[in-house]
Design a protein around this ligand. Structure first.
Ligand code: F6P
Length: 360
């Protein structure tokens, strides 16, 4: 018999399709177990003041399964530990305030839905005595310990559709089309969407690329009669001996912002091949819109499992997908790491066998 009476739920970091599906599943399953669920607004900021949270009932989450974004709001900035924050009671240490408010609001536990940054913060609060269960979220799919994060499938689906559309115009004009997709430090979206969309070159952060090798492969295509090519580039891909394409350096707790590698690759390929070349950045379109059915199901399973773990008192854990099961992983074993594409991954090897260049 669970002693849980009241739990908090929050979403942190960049949004991903499926956040609302997790919230819905957690609210409904906790409600049906007699546990009240308090929705905290804008990640841990929802614990700064009592008016930044609201009780969520099944009525409040009806109809949100298919909605992108998050009904709770989110923030994408760094570690709130050791920061002062303005509160109605004057400037206070952020993390002390969160802990204090957690108890004042009579919460028994927290469900923390987020990417590595948010899960790492959740883990720190767990170390300070707050019972936490994490739910992994990121379209980049780079969280260790889970085969999939929800949001990834939706992003891949969208990027694949975009590549399909670019294929027809690339073929009509006999051009090279370069598509920049998200993926800061891992190339999962580029690899999956590139394979699903039939790309000719896929450039990922795990394999620094040689633009000459990419151009050579595209020239070969021209020779045998394929006068167009599709190049998929992860935003975190970079040339051999070169650096990441940055829009903004990391500052004041905010992570570095990447972008622009697609335009650089486009320019270099135009120079090297003499062909007409265009580039497109898919950007935040990949994070918006309705989740796919796969992501709705995964997010629902994650939300249900998170409540189950809280009821069992399995804190300091993260729900994870270990096909076909949803399991629990220890937070301290997954945070602070990045799940990158392994060099012996079958999809990478199959891509190479098919003649796709990865720029190596
Ligand atoms: O981590 C997910 C992600 O979508 C990255 O691929 C991208 O670099 C980043 O978020 C963008 O974050 P923001 O919305 O804060 O610019």
């Amino acid at each position: 018999m669970s002693t849980m009476k009241r739990i908090g739920i929050l979403t942190g970091g960049g949004d991903a399709p499926g956040l609302n599906a997790v919230i819905r599943a957690a609210v409904k399953s906790s409600w049906n177990s007699g546990i009240e669920c308090l929705g905290l607004e804008d990640s841990f900021d929802g614990l700064l003041e009592p008016d930044r949270s609201r009780v969520l009932t099944p009525r409040d989450v009806t109809g949100i399964l298919r909605l992108g974004g998050t009904i709770l709001g989110t923030v994408n900035r760094g570690d709130p530990f050791h920061h002062l924050v303005a509160t109605s009671e004057g400037p206070l240490d952020y993390s002390d305030r969160v802990c204090e408010m957690f108890y004042k609001m009579e919460l028994d536990a927290l469900i923390v839905i987020g990417g590595d940054g948010t899960l790492a913060i959740g883990h720190k609060f767990f170390e300070r005595g707050i019972p936490v269960v994490g739910v992994p979220k990121t379209i980049d799919n780079d969280i260790v310990g889970t085969a999939n994060c929800f949001g990834f499938d939706t992003a891949v689906d969208f990027a694949t559709d975009a590549i399909d559309r670019l294929h027809t115009t690339a073929e009509a004009h006999k051009r090279i089309l370069v598509v920049e997709v998200m993926g800061r430090y891992a190339g999962w979206i580029a690899l999956y969407a590139g394979i699903a969309g039939g790309a000719d070159a896929i450039l990922i952060p795990e394999i620094p690329f040689d633009i000459g090798a990419v151009a050579e492969r595209l020239r070969e295509r021209d020779k045998w009669g394929a006068k167009f090519s599709i190049v998929v580039v992860a935003e975190g891909a970079f040339p051999k001996g070169g650096t990441l394409a940055l829009i903004e350096e990391a500052h004041g707790g905010f992570a570095e912002r990447l972008g622009g590698v697609g335009a650089k690759v486009c320019e270099a390929l135009a120079r090297e091949t003499g062909k007409e070349t265009r580039s497109v950045v898919l950007g935040h379109l990949q994070r918006g819109g309705a989740p796919t059915s796969f992501d709705r199901v995964l997010a629902t399973r994650f939300g249900g499992k998170a409540v189950e773990l809280l009821k069992r008192g399995e804190f300091g854990t993260m729900v994870a997908y270990a096909p076909p099961d949803i399991v629990a992983r220890r937070l301290d074993e997954v945070v602070g790491k990045t799940k990158t594409v392994p060099m012996d991954f079958d999809l990478l090897l199959t891509g190479k066998a098919l003649g796709i260049t990865f720029g190596d």
